[in-house]
Design a protein around this ligand. Sequence first.
Ligand code: HXC
Length: 260
Amino acid sequence: MAWETLLYEPAGRVGTITINRPDQLNALNSTVFREMSELLAEIAVDPAIRVIVLKGAGNKAFVAGADIKEMVDMSRREAETRSWTGMRLYDQMRRMPQPLVASIQGYALGGGMLIAMACDIRVASTAASFGYPEIKLGIFPGTGGTVLIDRLIGPATARAICLLGDRFSAERAFQLGLVNRIAEPDDLEKETAEVVETLANYSPVAMRELKTVLNASLEMDFATAREVELDAYGRCFDSEDRREGTRAFVEKRKPDFKGR
Ligand code: HXC
């Protein structure tokens, strides 16, 4: 399927999605939201794909935010609808059975930082920069943006990032735990590939169940999340992959996980 705003390249176990509006610094317009959601729904049921990489086209921006040009004449109702669409997309990303790795080479601002945070792992170039500049536009990081950053890095720093709207470096993002790994610009692809290879060799069953539990922990109270964990752990134990993983350890060999 040909996408207007995305490129999708499946290769072996890895599906790479590129947000492809480089002349607009990959700003998220309504077509990107719709196409991302449709593409993810297809990938979610593709058993060949074990890891998804999300990138921005060009070398300047991962994603410079939601499309501000679409916002100029936007009514409150349209903005709320857009917010729902965005929140559904970010939820859909978190709920994907496969892990998503954001590979961030440039600006990750506003909705761009948020779509990176909706991925499971973030690898950034030292040339990348981050921030929530929405306050400068007379709005704030809606679409779940304030709530998620609070959960991921803690309320004090999250509050300053939202209120001040400053841009900050990949090194700072790494210190805050917002980014999991940083690399020199020329090494970003290699560092991303290392993370991807690690994830691609793990059991897809365990990965899916683990993501379910981590999502529950983000969204639910302690006791309920633990109930979700118990069920998910049980399902792992029913899998052939669990037998393969534990047997491989005992037999001193690498496991070959089949995803069942
Ligand atoms: C629409 C955008 C855009 C955006 C850049 N462009 N960001 N268009 N929406 N978010 C467009 C510019 O208008 C310009 O198009 C082209 O991309 C190149 O950008 P320049 O500004 O000329 O580049 P530069 O001078 O290098 O500045 C780069 C930049 C700046 C610092 C990243 O573009 C910028 O500040 N962008 C906006 C960042 C932002 O405020 N993001 C938050 C958006 S609100 P033309 O047509 O002029 O060539 C948001 C809400 C989400 O994300 C809520 C959830 C968190």
